[in-house]
Design a protein around this ligand. Sequence first.
Ligand code: XLS
Ligand code: NI
Ligand code: NI
Length: 437
Amino acid sequence: MEYFSQVKKSIAFEGKESKNPLAFKYYNPHQKVGDKTMAEHLRFSVAFWHTFTGNGQDMFGAPSFDRPWRRSADPIDRAKQTMEAAFEFFRKLGVKYYCFHDRDIAPEGESFAETCKNLETMARFAKELQESTGIKLLWGTANLFSNPVYAQGAATNPDAHVFAYAAAQVKHAIEVTHELGGENYVFWGGREGYETLLNTNLKQEREQLARFLQMAVEFGKKIGFKGQFLIEPKPKEPTKHQYDTDAATTLSFLREYDLIDYFKLNIEANHATLAGHTFEHELAVASAAGKLGSIDANRGDLLLGWDTDQFPLDIYGTTMAMLIILRQNGLGRGGVNFDAKVRRSSIDPVDLFYGHIGGMDAFARGLLIAHRLIEDGVFENFIAERYRSYQSGFGARLMEGKVTLEEAEQWIIENGAPKPKSGRQEMLELILNDYLR
Ligand code: XLS
Ligand code: NI
Ligand code: NI
């Protein structure tokens, strides 16, 4: 069965003069940018949940999408048709990767054992499709937030019985990710936080979370999982206060519990803005720590206070993101995963193409612009010059830890007060705008 009959063949690159909304204007997978192709730089991935199981439901309204792949009454048949639709979509869109939660690809059963069996069945099915298409799993994850059992947290639940349930679920999710050759495994703790301190032992809950992650790392080693473990920070929603609030908080948590060597971060644009940061700030913090592993590409709406998960279209944002990614020489085994969904009123399957094509072109443009900015040394030279005083003489000795406060005072007595220099922000902003053309 063909689910996306409105798109007959795979989306082609037609160049920037094209007016065809079902074509790429900038994303040309084989085009070299520096020493890598665009496809190698960007490693685009489609999110299974928003794209195939999302139904347009919101807090005020019923499902608005009637997806042909979600019609079968039998849960396993429905899951298989959904998986087939997904691979047809990946192929036609021309992406090499996808991501899922365990519960996106397989329905829960009557018992835990049946749920695990369903997951195994669907993983086998996915494996066949991966092998016949060459499409790979960027990451797998466990949904530890939808089932009401996790209402008060998964690993951070006050009841050890729930912790055990989450641990058992994660064991299977890691196994399945491993079986499918997943390049990463993600932890996003939507319920790992608290609603009120009146009933919460915050210290205890953070220790539980660390223990949970340690157990996952040990299990990964045991089964020979070679993928990268990633944590996806988010400050709130669904829980009021989530422990993995932002990149800096998460890095410090990992250091506190000796987990830093086993994890990198998966940075999501809309989570950054919810945390009161920019996307590029979060990317820069993760990258500076050598811990930027992957990204969830989307955008929020600054007028709305929640995770709207819209497709990224802002070229300024994608340029800033790609600057940071190029400076660290790419995302390694990570990628650009569209954790994004079409609006509730965009009810046709073809709308999923428009969303992804727009996002892919926006990142391709960002890549091209960021590459030119780096080639021309626009910001790199300016930044290098701005910090030059630390490269030699007194500044270099300062950074080597060889200067005391008393010596600093002596040096100031000899050299006098510093002369302020312009940071040139407006000049740099206008230069950046010139490159965005
Ligand atoms: C929710 C998160 C979620 C993770 C995977 O806000 O972005 O979708 O990416 O669990
Ligand atoms: Ni995400
Ligand atoms: Ni999100």
